[in-house]
Design a protein around this ligand. Structure first.
Ligand code: BES
Ligand code: ZN
Length: 625
């Protein structure tokens, strides 16, 4: 490329011929060719990187965490392979201030920051020479960096110390680290992070288990990962062991509860290893429980899942979320979707795998409950999107769009039901062998939909009967998708029937219900219930004061629809304290359906918005004017 001709780019640096003092840059210990076996890269419309020319394979980070200014300051050394012997490396950035860039010979080198492109940020083009192997970028993040959420003490569980966490998926890593931010590009990393002395920091890497005096932590991630799995959390966190290779990090006030909730972690690991036929490949598996503003349920950061505190319900009934994030250790983190158009390969496989883990631990009846709820979610999404919507295809087209738009039940549940249909067609034994070989063959590699279809047809020719192309490349849900049935939910349906007949809840029948039964109950109450009916239900079951966010959300949705105003103060409270998008979206949407509700939604949103994560704000701004 002739950079001078490219008028879009602003000249930022000067090409210095003078030798500067040689910087003692950290050299990567392991110069693996992480991307060597990739062959042709699938075109990623969400990254400026040109991996065919120059591809990064290692990162050394050195950052200071400044809570006062809400920024990270430091440097990132990008080690790369200059395949085409070109003169430029292209990285992704978003809102970063670049101070200077040095080559591995210690000299400053010119760089150009491209114009801002919607969703993608700015390309950072750095001049290199054919023999360069690394560049060091001195930079700072913006206080508005989309991957970073800076919490005041008030926004944490303990209310004493501030907290910071990152969320890099899908394309937000570039807002805190200049890098080739494409899921098809893998690199190893080391990091040195300096935080206030009274806080501890963990990353998606080998982690400390104790706070140190200086507040300086060092990390190593020896396995190559894509940028969306870069993660950092800083706060008043403590560690407690669960098994030999698993444990929990959480704020001190949350730690005990989390340790109780996740008691079965080791069993999950063992089940996942058995199903996948591959030993857990990342060393340790820990979970960190974040403050309630975390916008997701969970995030599969390698070695340390980031999780919402809303699954700490005291009866271990929402741990399928942990099984899900653990399952990503294989489906996603080991075999990775090549682009965000292929996200079903990450999420659909993971839902399938998550349910297999839950079945192994708690039996078929548990699996069936999760399947039925998932199927209901899928039907709801299909209805909302409309059967004729392009986004109901497994293979998506997210060009010029926010990849977040691909995160729907289509990738998760249609993907899962596709795999279930395959399993039913060929039998579990064969399907398990297929899965295991798939994970083995493509470990630490990327996968796109086309390559997967080819592999599937090759290895399981009899699978063609189910109509693979229709499932993947066509809209809606194929007719051969089997509607799941749950015996435990049949009982719930009977309880609902009895309730309709005599207006009394059979307390004996509901005594041992898990979150799932209650969810099914609330979702399947008769449509014609009145406000008075809700009043009576609430008197008997006290839903409004439930401490279970899943149950609360289902209940509040009903309460809003029937204008059961007694629940409103708790609803407002919930919306102000919980930042998980999965709960916020349906509740705000329900409120927006009526004039009165709209008023309430706006008032609450105005107060709560500053407490929500960028990811949630982005989705909510689009529906609340
Ligand atoms: N990887 C996802 C979260 C994600 C997806 C973040 C796409 C950004 C873009 C994670 O594994 C996930 O699926 N979380 C779910 C929970 C799960 C049990 C379905 C969530 O957060 O609700
Ligand atoms: Zn997932």
């Amino acid at each position: 490329m002739n950079m001078k001709k490219n008028a879009m780019f602003i000249w930022y640096g000067v090409w210095l011929l003078v030798l500067t003092t040689c910087q003692s840059e950290q050299k990567s210990e392991k110069k693996t060719m992480n991307n060597e076996n990739l062959g042709a890269y699938a075109k990623d419309v969400h990254s400026f990187a040109r991996p065919q020319e120059v591809v990064m394979n290692h990162l050394d980070l050195d950052l200071q965490v400044d809570f006062d200014k809400k920024i990270l300051v430091g440097k990132a050394t990008i080690h790369f392979e200059n395949k085409a012997q070109g003169d430029t490396i292209v990285l992704d950035t978003q809102g970063l201030t670049i101070e200077k860039v040095l080559l591995d010979n210690g000299k400053e080198t010119p760089f150009w920051l491209g114009e801002k492109v919607k969703y993608l940020g700015s390309a950072l083009k750095i001049k290199i020479s054919p023999e360069s192997k690394a560049v060091t970028i001195h930079y700072r993040t913006s206080p508005q960096a989309e991957a970073l959420q800076w919490l005041t003490p008030q926004q944490t569980a303990g209310k004493q110390k501030p907290f910071l966490f990152t969320q890099s998926q899908a394309i937000l890593a570039r807002s805190w680290v200049p890098c080739q931010d494409s899921p098809g590009i893998r690199f190893t990393y080391t990091a040195k992070v300096q935080v206030p002395k009274d806080l501890m920091a963990v990353m998606s890497a080998e982690n400390p288990q104790q706070r140190n005096e200086k507040g300086i932590y060092e990390y190593k991630m020896p396995q190559p990962i894509p940028a969306y799995l870069l993660a950092l959390a800083v706060g008043d966190i403590q560690f407690e062991k669960i098994g030999e290779r698993s444990g929990v990090y959480a704020e001190p006030v949350t730690l005990k509860k989390a340790v109780y909730e996740f008691a079965d972690l080791e069993k999950m690991l063992e089940a996942a290893e058995k199903i996948s036929g591959i030993k857990y490949p990342w060393g340790r598996y820990d979970v960190i429980v974040l403050p309630p503003s975390f916008p997701f349920g969970g995030m599969e950061n390698p070695r340390i899942t980031f999780a919402t505190p809303t699954i700490l319900v005291g009866d271990r009934s929402l741990t399928s979320l942990i099984a899900h994030e653990l399952a990503h250790s294989w489906s996603g983190n080991l075999v990775t979707n090549a682009t965000w158009n292929d996200i079903w390969l990450n999420e659909g496989f993971t839902v399938y795998f998550e349910r297999r883990i839950m079945e192994a631990l708690y039996g078929k009846s548990y699996f069936d409950m999760l399947s039925v709820l998932g199927y209901e979610d899928l039907q709801k999404t299909l209805q909302e999107l409309g059967e004729n919507n392009e986004d109901t295809k497994l293979k998506l087209n997210l060009k010029d769009r926010n990849p977040d738009e691909g995160v729907t039940e289509i990738a998760y549940e249609k993907g899962n039901f596709f795999l279930l249909t395959l399993e039913n067609q060929v039998g579990r034994e064969k399907f398990d062998a297929f899965l295991s070989n798939y994970f083995k063959e493509f470990s630490f590699k990327t996968m796109d939909t086309e390559r997967f279809v080819k592999y599937l047809k090759e290895k399981l020719p009899e699978a063609e009967k189910i109509g693979i192309e229709q499932w993947i490349y066509e809209k809606g849900l194929p007719k051969n998708c089997q509607k799941p049935v749950s015996e435990r939910f049949v009982k719930v349906a009977q309880t609902i029937q009895k309730y309709i007949e005599n207006q009394e809840i059979d307390k004996q029948a509901t005594q041992n219900w898990s979150s799932h039964e209650w969810l099914f109950f609330l979702r399947n109450l008769p449509k014609n219930l009145t406000k008075e009916d809700l009043t009576k239900l609430d008197q008997q079951l006290n839903f409004t004061n439930s401490s279970n966010s899943e149950i609360l959300t289902a209940w509040f949705e009903l309460a809003i629809e029937k204008e059961y105003e007694k629940a409103y103060p708790q609803l407002a409270n919930f919306l102000q304290n919980v930042g998980r998008r999965k709960f916020l979206m349906p509740l705000y949407k329900a409120l927006l359906k009526t004039e009165k509700g709209k008023q309430m939604a706006k008032e609450i949103y105005q107060k709560a918005r500053p407490n929500y994560h960028f990811v949630a704000v982005n989705s909510l701004d689009a529906i609340i004017q």
